[in-house]
Design a binder for this molecule. Sequence first.
Ligand code: KG4
Ligand code: ZN
Length: 332
Amino acid sequence: MIILGIDTSCDDTAISLLEAGRSGFKIISNIISSQVKLHKKYGGVYPFLAKREHQKNLPQVLRKAMRGYKFSDINLIGVTVGPGLEPCLWQGINFAKDLAKRYKKPLIPVNHIEAHILANLINRSSTAIQFPAVALVVSGGHTQLILMKKIGQYKLVGETKDDAAGECFDKVARILGLGYPGGPAIAAQAAKFKIRNSKFEISLPRPMIKQKNYDFSFSGLKTAVLYKVREGKYNKRFMAAEAQQAIIDVLIYKTLKAVKDYKVKSVLLGGGVAANDELRKQFRKETKIFVPPKSLCTDNAAMVAVTCYFHRKERKKLKDIKADANLRIKNL
Ligand code: KG4
Ligand code: ZN
C-alpha cells in the first residue's frame, strides 16, 4: 500500500510517499520545504506569512515527492488536521481535499502529535515496541507525556502548563541573541561550553521537578535566563548549556517517574526537541528509548503517512474534514 502524507501544521511544507507493507514502513520520498530563512528575520513563525508560503510551495513539493510515481499508484492520502497554526493547517487540508477529489482517493485526517509518536515505526519492526509504552512528545508547540496501551489507544498523563520545551529553547536562544530556531543554536553553544567558570556559574531552576505529577512548566526558566542576562554577568555558552540541562533534567525525571508508576515496557520520544543530542544521550544512560532519526523528529510528512495507515478504516466525508488548531490526542 502506498500512502501520500501531507503536513503544513507550522512552518514546514512537507509531503511524503510511504510504502506500508508486511515488513513495515519504508519511505519512498520525504520532501520538506523549510521556511526557516524567512522566519529567521522575525525571530519566530508568523502564521499568515507561513500560510502564503505553504500555498506557494505545495505544488512544487508534491511534484518532487511524486517523482517516478503516478496517482494511480497511491492508495490513501493522509493530512494533518491539528494541532497547529490554523491558517497553515487549512492550506494542507484544502490541497489534500483537491487531490482526493480529483484522483478519487480516500482522505484520512491525522493528529500531528500522534504522528510524532508513530514516527518511531518507520524502518522498524512494529513488534520491537512493547506495550504499555509511554511517549514523550517535545516540540515547538507541545510537551506531553502520553501513556499508550497500544497504537491508537492513548491517555494524556501530563503536559506543560505554559511554554513547550521547544518554545523554551527558542525563547532562551532569542534572549541570548542566538537566532531561530533556538534548539539547534542552543545545542551548538552548549557543546562549546567545556570549562566551568565559577565566576559565571549560576544554576537555573528545574521547574516542577519536585511535584508529584507528570506536568511541566518552562516559562519560569526563560524568565530566569532573562534576569541573568539583564544583570549582564553571564557567559553565553554556560547559559546555553545550563538552560539545555535544566530542560533535559525535568524531561527525563518526569518520564522516568511515569515509567515507574505505570510499569511501562517501552519509552518513545518524538518531536523536534527529541533531535537534541544531549537529551538522547542522557536518556539512553537511564533507560532504553525508541527515538526516530533526527530528520524524523522535526516536522515531516512521513510520520503523517504512517499515522494515516493506522487510521485507514476511519473514513470521513471530505466536507467533515476540518482544521482543529487545538486538537487533543483522544483519551482512552
Ligand atoms: O516538531 P517540530 O519540528 O515542530 C513542531 O511541531 O513544533 O519542533 C520544532 C521545535 C523548535 O522549538 C526547535 O527549536 C526544536 O524543536 N528543536 C530542537 C532541536 N532541533 C529542533 N530543540 C533542541 N535541540 C535540537 N537539536
Ligand atoms: Zn511537530
